[in-house]
Design a protein around this ligand. Structure first.
Ligand SMILES: NC(=O)c1ccc[n+]([C@@H]2O[C@H](COP(=O)([O-])OP(=O)(O)OC[C@H]3O[C@@H](n4cnc5c(N)ncnc54)[C@H](O)[C@@H]3O)[C@@H](O)[C@H]2O)c1
Length: 331
């Protein structure tokens, strides 16, 4: 049994479990309790009220609840560490967790870090110490999205013509989810160009419109929407034999197949074939299971530190492009 310690008992750490509308596993704490072969052993949070609430909910005794990550890590006895504290602590906490004797796997909330230098240091430390570092770009753990990737890889959808989509709430904060998914589906990104949009920034993180050129030559367009009105996260893949629309943040996937038009002789058009409602549930359970399996098999997790770094590089390039007015090349 691998013992896990959770740093950060806020919303994605624990509190999404308070939301009765969420069916499935949406928190790190619930995922460690549900996955076989792992247990939720210790909690750390800087806020005593959050810590106490989580301790009671998950039945963690007081002697294994800590007011700081440092104290939890110093106590030892942990194989896995989840980091669900705010963005600005990610790199520092990941470095500390990976330097802790006995720790073999770290599940780090996105973004990997706030700066590229910090991000590179985290990835280098994981490589140097042979630690399985996973970054929670959660769509990589979604079976409905894995099906899209399989259809792209197998050629079922044919040649991809174009990819478009919407996001909101900051290019680093939420746009990086879209950029990671784009890279996951279609391979490395070559350049990003950004334009000012009318969508609100999020805590100083701008929400520009983007044009992304991939190494394959594919071109994608990402439009910003205003998160102050509502959440919008969509991807629309237009391909030779069909079209796939990831809607409602990925909870609904619409599959269209190209067939003869029912309206006009001699025309073909994409037509509704299937609505996949299997959605985004249990993604954290899949992430924890994957981390456990990555540790046991000594392999890279399904969303690795390198993937997290690539998403960070793309989001940072978008912010530079917004300043420079030029397309920014990606490494
Ligand atoms: N993967 C996703 O789709 C997804 C979704 C939501 C949030 N997140 C990420 O998860 C992280 C947490 O977001 P949230 O919405 O749960 O935030 P939150 O504010 O609800 O929770 C953060 C918790 O961390 C605690 N904390 C703050 N500093 C700490 C420290 N130094 N050590 C230990 N605990 C500390 C806070 O007291 C709080 O309980 C963010 O980085 C966010 O980007 C990711």
């Amino acid at each position: 049994m691998m013992r896990a310690g959770l740093i950060g008992c806020g919303r994605i750490g624990c509190e999404f479990d308070d939301d009765a509308a969420r069916i499935g596993i949406y928190t790190h704490a619930a995922a460690y309790r549900a996955a076989e072969g792992v247990s939720l052993h210790a909690l750390a949070d800087a806020d005593p009220a959050k810590l106490a609430k989580a301790a009671e909910r998950y039945g963690i005794p007081a002697e294994r609840c800590y007011a700081s990550a440092d104290a939890m890590l110093a106590a030892g006895g942990l194989d896995l560490i989840s980091i669900a504290a705010p963005d600005r602590f990610h790199a520092d906490l990941a470095l500390k967790a990976m330097a802790t004797p006995g720790v073999r796997g770290v599940l780090l909330e996105k973004p990997l870090a706030l700066s590229l230098d910090e991000g590179r240091a985290v990835v280098a430390a994981a490589q140097a110490r042979g630690i399985a570092l996973a970054v929670n770009y959660s769509r990589r753990f979604c079976p409905a999205h894995a099906r899209v990737r399989a259809a792209l890889d197998s050629g079922e959808l044919g040649r991809v013509q174009t990819v478009t989509g919407f996001y909101g709430k900051g290019v680093r904060h939420n746009g990086s989810h879209w950029l990671d998914l784009l890279r996951h589906f279609f391979g490395p990104l070559a350049s990003v160009q950004a334009w000012p949009s009318r969508a609100a920034a999020f805590e100083g993180d701008p929400s520009p419109d983007l044009r992304i050129v991939l190494a394959s030559g594919l071109v994608a367009h990402l439009q910003a929407s205003n998160h102050l009105d509502y959440s919008l996260f969509e991807m629309d893949i237009v391909a030779e034999h069909g079209r796939v629309q990831l809607l409602e943040s990925g909870h609904r996937v619409i599959w269209q197949r190209v067939a003869d038009s029912p309206y006009y002789a001699g025309y073909r058009l994409p037509q509704l074939a299937e609505v996949d409602e299997s959605g985004m549930r249990d993604l954290l359970l899949h992430a924890v299971q994957d981390l456990r399996d990555a540790v046991l098999a000594v392999r890279v997790p399904r969303c690795s530190g390198e993937d997290g770094l690539a998403a960070l590089q793309a989001a940072e390039a978008a912010c530079r492009s917004l300043q420079s007015g030029q397309a920014e090349a990606l490494p």
